[in-house]
Design a protein around this ligand. Structure first.
Ligand SMILES: NC(=O)c1ccc[n+]([C@@H]2O[C@H](COP(=O)([O-])OP(=O)(O)OC[C@H]3O[C@@H](n4cnc5c(N)ncnc54)[C@H](O)[C@@H]3O)[C@@H](O)[C@H]2O)c1
Ligand SMILES: O=c1ccn([C@@H]2O[C@H](COP(=O)(O)OP(=O)(O)O[C@H]3O[C@H](CO)[C@@H](O)[C@H](O)[C@H]3O)[C@@H](O)[C@H]2O)c(=O)[nH]1
Length: 480
């Protein structure tokens, strides 16, 4: 029986290994982590992450061929294939601070693998890493190996949160990069055989190591670039009276461009896009390519501009101040169908409004008060460390209350900001909400989820990203 061990029981390690266990009953899969609460949660009825369909997959395999454990060394020692899916945060100090990937967790995992191994192993990079990381990992492993042979593969993960199980069941592609040597080809084949149990052969791509590592950063950069492109257009739409949804639709009808990933928003969030582009920018700079670095940096700049622009719209529309006004924030997660708040645009929008002394009442169906308070007090990039190493802030933001109902959040509010596209926000009774709000009542829709015309008929002043502006908003300056 092939034994797989995955170091890192997070958003990637957990779902990916659960699906491998489900699809490969003859493989034994152990997912290990240094975080005791995380492993306890994986072994309980309340999994540590919310992902549609995940509970079901875990229930079918847990205790049979899927195990979650904190005994990292034992499972690594016994495994034939070791996936490493640990944090790769953005460095906050030293060389490359604010851009480069911090490989501390990766390096310590590699040293531990070398220490405890007593048989040859395939080590798989599942985390997103800078191109050429495999070379460094290889050096750590071979210098400490006591004669044991390691083959390093790059097998980046492309799942998106909220659709992780679907993406893992039917991936567009699985990418495996390895050394172009007989041993490298054999390792690639061994991993390919695992995926081939449910992924059609033509969707399993094999490349050299550097292409696989770089393809992951490139894919995220291309995806984020599409959003920044459409968001840049949204500002121009507002200035000209064009409608960004109509523009996106018309542009996406070109089969060379395609319709997906062209929704204008308050900005992209999530644990990957910003981090991976910063990483790409740093790699370009290190390789003497400042023009290429500048090009990708612009994707992040437009994303920051979009968030600032949104806050400025709110403040300027509400008589140039939100001081002591109650603003209802609907949605805090970085996208719908997840409780994940890493790099969510809601953090920057809320901080912007708090900077102007607003009172915030926040509702998200999947995010807890503790998480929101933590996000609003944490320093940039601190979120991307194992849970027990994250700073616990003793302070809370007093002007923020977190409620468990959209109607409660909007009661007596001056304005509503929609920051996540949860389906339930489309079905709210806006007549009832309008009655209970201060007047004039504003809606700032950062996800284009509400029917603006319907809301205007009720009496709201509505701002929808990239849509023709209300007369009210036209009269207000909204410079970013
Ligand atoms: N979240 C996503 O959707 C996604 C998708 C594709 C790729 N990635 C990449 O995958 C990697 C993991 O991301 P994630 O979202 O799963 O992160 P995560 O923070 O949810 O999980 C990482 C886990 O690794 C554990 N860990 C860290 N060091 C360890 C060690 N030495 N030994 C054992 N456990 C250790 C942490 O405790 C944590 O539970 C990152 O490189 C990320 O960029 C993420
Ligand atoms: O048209 C769009 C599509 C997305 N978004 C936003 O972009 C962010 C990222 O969304 P998405 O890509 O769906 O989620 P992630 O889970 O961050 O997945 C991305 O990042 C992962 C981590 O690397 C990759 O594996 C995935 O392929 C890649 O899609 C979210 O804030 C979305 O709201 C938009 O604003 N407009």
């Amino acid at each position: 029986m092939v034994k797989i061990c995955c170091i890192g029981a997070g958003y990637v390690g957990g779902p990916t290994m659960a699906v491998i266990a489900l699809k490969c009953p003859s493989v034994e899969v152990a997912v290990v982590d240094i975080s005791v609460p995380r492993i306890n949660a994986w072994n309980s009825d309340q999994l540590p992450i919310y992902e549609p369909g995940l509970d079901d997959v875990v229930k079918q395999c847990r205790g049979k061929n899927l195990f979650f454990s904190t005994d990292v060394e034992k499972h690594v020692r016994e495994a034939d294939i070791v996936f490493v899916s640990v944090n790769t945060p953005t460095k906050t100090r030293g060389l490359g601070a604010g851009k480069a990937a911090d490989l501390t967790y990766w390096e310590s995992a590699a040293r531990m693998i070398a220490d405890v191994s007593v048989s040859d192993k395939i080590v798989v990079e599942k985390s997103t890493v800078p191109v050429k990381t495999a070379e460094a990992i290889e050096k750590i492993l071979t210098h400490n190996s006591k004669g044991i042979k390691f083959q390093i593969l790059s097998n980046p993960e492309f799942l998106a949160e909220g659709t992780a199980i679907e993406d893992l069941f039917m991936p567009d592609r699985v990418l495996i990069g390895g050394r172009e040597t007989p041993e490298g080809f054999a390792a690639v084949k061994a991993l390919k055989d695992v995926y081939a149990q449910w992924v059609p052969e033509e969707r399993i791509l094999t490349t050299n190591l550097w292409s696989a590592e770089l393809s992951k950063l490139a894919a995220n950069a291309f995806l984020a670039q599409r959003i920044s492109s459409v968001n840049a257009m949204s500002a121009l739409c507002e200035a000209t009276g064009a409608n960004v949804s109509e523009v996106s639709y018309a542009v996406g009808k070109d089969s060379r461009i395609g319709p997906k990933f062209l929704n204008s928003s308050v900005g992209f969030g999530g644990s990957c896009f910003q981090k991976d582009i910063l990483n790409l920018v740093y790699i370009c700079e290190c390789n003497g390519l400042p023009e290429v670095a500048e090009y990708w940096k612009q994707v992040i700049k437009i994303n920051d501009y979009q968030k600032t622009r949104f806050v400025n719209r709110i403040v300027s529309s509400m008589f140039n101040t939100v001081s002591n006004k109650k603003i209802a924030v609907l949605g805090f997660a970085f996208k719908k169908d997840t409780g994940d708040t890493r790099e969510t645009p809601a953090i920057d929008v809320c901080k912007g409004l708090l900077g102007d002394k607003a009172r915030l009442s926040i509702y998200d169906p999947q995010v807890t008060e503790e998480q929101i308070q933590r996000d609003l007090t944490m320093n940039k990039f601190d979120w991307d460390h194992p849970l027990h190493l994250q700073p616990m802030s003793p302070t809370t933001v007093k002007q923020v209350s977190v409620v468990w109902d959209a109607y409660e959040a909007t009661k007596d509010a001056h304005g509503i900001c929609i920051l996540t596209e949860w389906d339930e926000f489309k079905k709210l009774d806006f007549e009832k909400i309008f009655e209970n709000m201060q007047k004039p009542a504003f809606v700032f829709d950062g996800r284009n989820v509400v029917d603006a015309e319907k809301l205007r008929k009720i009496g709201f002043i509505v701002y929808s990203i990239g849509k023709p502006l209300d007369q009210w908003l036209k009269d207000m300056p909204a410079l970013a």
